[in-house]
Design a protein around this ligand. Structure first.
Ligand SMILES: [Zn+2]
Length: 247
């Protein structure tokens, strides 16, 4: 049995997760886009005390349900800076849970409000095997031709609103130059936490899941869909409680 098969088999058996794995997930969720309550969107629902890692309202923290996901594809989430403060963001879960995934921020500002450069070193490791997941002109359909590529594959995923990600691609030559792929038509999105701009739009976690189902295995999509269910359920329960409190 290979180490990947072993990991998959352990995952299927639902053994309790080690505290080391839980700590690694917590660190990943808080390191790259730390929660900053002062910069959350305004609105009653956002003022509640939240878990710093999963960002659910505290009584509905679902961190204990998160577990690492073995995955051959290297996912690079390029998150718009404003997404860091939105509890409804889903891309960061993919970055924190998938093995070898990374998250970089676009549009962050340093001292004197100077724009901070993006760390694109992940694209240099295997430059021949990089795909950008984003619809638009020149995007090839992500289908079975891409199943299990022979070499390492990096899947780059812009994470932000539709307007933000299009802007990101216009402004970043490194991203613009990548081979672009788009998801095949699929089931309607389950993500209800934001207004959908496009009828067939999906959230970042769904998009990554669907792409990994094509590139690698449907079990990866199932696992990311499970995480999305946790996000949706925690938010709906918190909103229900918030409505109950105000009645
Ligand atoms: Zn939590």
């Amino acid at each position: 049995m290979t180490s990947t098969e072993l990991t998959k088999s352990l995952k299927r058996s639902h053994q309790p997760m080690s505290s080391v794995a839980a700590a690694a997930i917590h660190a990943a969720l808080t390191r790259d886009c730390p929660d900053d309550p002062a910069r959350r969107p305004s609105g009653r629902g956002y003022r509640a005390s939240r878990c710093e890692a999963c960002r659910a309202a505290l009584p509905f923290c679902f961190c204990a349900e998160l577990r690492p996901i073995a995955c051959e594809t290297r996912v690079l989430v390029v998150m718009h800076a404003l997404e860091r403060h939105r509890p409804t963001n889903t891309g960061r879960f993919a970055a924190a849970l998938l093995r070898d995934a990374r998250l970089v921020i676009r549009g962050a500002r340093g001292e004197g409000l100077r724009p901070l450069p993006i760390d694109f070193s992940a694209l240099d490791e295997h430059p021949e095997g990089v795909l950008l997941l984003h619809p638009g002109p020149g995007a090839a359909l992500l289908d079975e031709r891409y199943l299990k590529p022979s070499g390492p594959l990096t899947l780059v995923v812009p994470d932000g609103t539709w307007t933000q990600t299009r802007h990101m691609l216009r402004r970043e030559p490194r991203l613009r130059a990548l081979q672009r792929v788009a998801l095949p038509p699929g089931a309607p999105s389950r993500y209800t936490l934001r207004r959908r701009v496009h009828e067939d739009g999906v959230c970042t976690l769904e998009a990554i899941g669907r792409a990994l189902a094509v590139l690698e295995s449907p079990s990866l999509e199932a696992e990311l869909e499970r995480v999305l269910s946790l996000v949706l359920s925690a938010t709906e329960r918190a909103r229900g409680q918030s409505r109950g409190d105000s009645e």
